[in-house]
Design a protein. Sequence first.
Length: 279
Amino acid sequence: MPWNPSLPMLALLVLLISGTVKLLTVALGWLAWRTRAAERLRVYRREWAQGQLRSEAWAAAGVVLTDAVLITGLRYYTGPLLAPFRLSTALGTYAWMFVGFEVWFYVTHRLLHLPRFYRFHAQHHVAQVTEPLTALSFSVVERLVLTGGGLGLHFAALHLMPGTQVGILAYMVTNYALNALGHGNTEWLPRRFVTSWVGRVFFTPTFHAMHHARYQGHYGLFTVVLDRWLGTAFEDYPRVHARARDAEGLTRMGERLPGALAPAPVPVASAVPGVSGTR
Ligand SMILES: [Zn+2]
Ligand SMILES: [Zn+2]
């Protein structure tokens, strides 16, 4: 039976649930980040900027509040949305949210890098070297754009097509988890991933770490497809990835690794001197 709480009760619930999911995923990201294995696999072997964590913590508080206001607003005006659960519908909703948000993120992110809009995105780039908390570091304006887009897709899924809440919730959890992982500055995926067909579709932590280090390029969220199609992918991405995997993460922010395409998968031993020789 649909449940219709009062507005303050609804707002409080949304704040609690959405805030907890956000903080939990960042906390889990930190636990992974602190391990010894993670320390070996850093993409950039550099310190954070002074005051970075403090700045990001304030921004995260703003993000939690902004999201709570937007989600409460949507839920209040549309009323309870309960669609019957079917696995095929849930998968379809998930795919819709995933693909839709990839496009929304790429387009708005690229626009936010234009000089006239960059001030709204600057908060996210307080981190040149990222850590999991960077996943929640956005200005209120940028967050309105991002969450607004996500809720627009959410609304369309439930009102214009046979969507389910389960598909949307599953996507949200994926989104938070991959965001915390993607900002960990730690490369967990093996060398061969980047050149495999999966790696030609999906991102890695290295992919996004390079966006924070270099600004102009790698605008995509969890996929690399739009960057590849639109010419905004960095050519040395496979090499930077390989360096992180070899426990030889980059030490200079502007460092590029020119040379041939991807590191040869076999024999690995002969590829190593070439890669480290470009330091
Ligand atoms: Zn980022
Ligand atoms: Zn950016």
